[in-house]
Design a protein around this ligand. Structure first.
Ligand code: TRP
Length: 324
């Protein structure tokens, strides 16, 4: 059976961009494949941060994932730094990772250009990511388009390691693109992202969702209610496609094209579609917050399960390398 691995940074609570772009897909995959999902806290320390804040964000992310339907009965959910094999294999992979390729990574170049002193951890970030994947001998990696370059590099690292020791041990991972492509923020300008403040939180109360939806950017051609619009260019329509039934999507598209409705009517329908899916998630998150020991136990079990696979893989790799 194919193995799935994916990681998400502990950015705190999920927003609907993360949810639609990644997590909803993970929830489906756990039924079909042996899946490992990790909150990648070691990846989150390559810049400056507050320790207490990291601790809280890691936990909030775990709560969001569990509330969204990541089911510890079906998959392994764990926090990366609790499985020390990740950093061990990352060191090993550093010995075969080509510096030129690391320097060419778009994400590294973007982030490095915003830092005064460039840290080695930022450069080596994709090496740790390659180790995450390889430890579980995973072949299917559900990610967004922005991670394709990192996965290409992971394939290169694995190929070089295999070639160096003349084995066919580690598997070259393949990206498994999420069906919902990137969701734009409510400003309609850039990808939905917490740092841009253009998000709807997965756990936002309905009144908060409405306060954010109401002023959100729509088709600029619709100045007056009687101006017909083009649903395809409207960001609100894209979010409808993710949350509403096909019949509703068709209906709102017609109302937009014929100026039957104003944008506000369309947004009201979107709010109720969102609430139908997100209401139960919010309720589960509340339960989990009220029972922190359940979350602790779940993550502790995940660590044990992950470690079992990861340590077996690492031992085998060490044997092959003459480290045993
Ligand atoms: N770099 C990924 C991101 O920012 C997170 C990540 C870390 C990851 N390790 C991974 C994704 C392994 C897939 C597989 O989204």
């Amino acid at each position: 059976m194919a193995r799935v691995f994916s990681g998400i940074q502990p950015s705190g609570e999920l927003h609907i961009g993360n949810y639609l772009g990644a997590i909803r897909n993970w929830v489906q995959l756990q039924d079909k494949y042996e899946s490992f999902f990790s909150v990648v806290d070691y990846h989150a320390i390559t810049g400056s941060y507050e320790p207490a804040d990291l601790r809280r964000r890691t936990r909030d992310m775990a709560v969001s994932l569990l509330a969204s339907g990541i089911d510890p009965e079906k998959c392994t959910l764990f926090v990366q730094s609790t499985v020390s094999e990740h950093t061990e294999l990352a060191w090993i992979f550093n010995t075969v990772a080509p510096l030129g390729e690391l320097e060419r990574q778009t994400q590294f170049k973007d982030k490095a250009s915003r830092q005064e002193s460039i840290l080695a951890g930022l450069l080596n970030y994709p090496v740790l990511q390659a180790a995450d994947i390889a430890l579980y001998l995973s072949d299917l990696i559900p990610v967004g388009e922005d991670q394709i370059q990192h996965l290409e590099l992971a394939r290169e690292i694995v190929r070089r390691w295999n070639a160096k020791f003349n084995v066919d041990y580690f598997i070259e991972p393949k990206p498994f693109l999420t069906p919902t492509r990137r969701i734009m923020g409510l400003d309609g300008q850039a990808k939905m992202s917490k740092s841009l403040g253009n998000t709807i939180g997965l756990l936002d109360e309905p009144s908060v969702v409405w306060d954010k939806l109401r002023p959100a950017v729509t088709d600029p051609a619709r100045v007056k209610k009687s101006d017909p619009g083009t649903p395809e260019v409207c960001n609100i329509f894209q979010i409808h496609k993710a949350f509403s039934s096909p019949e509703t999507v068709e209906h709102v598209a017609n109302q937009c094209r014929t100026a039957g409705w104003g944008c506000i009517d369309c947004k009201r329908v979107l709010q109720s579609s969102m609430e139908a899916e997100l209401g139960p998630i919010r309720a589960r998150a509340k339960e989990l917050r009220a029972a922190p020991e359940v979350v602790d136990d779940t993550l502790a079990t995940g660590t044990i399960q992950a470690k079992k696979v990861a340590s077996a893989t690492l031992n085998e790799a060490k044997q092959i390398m003459g480290l045993r």
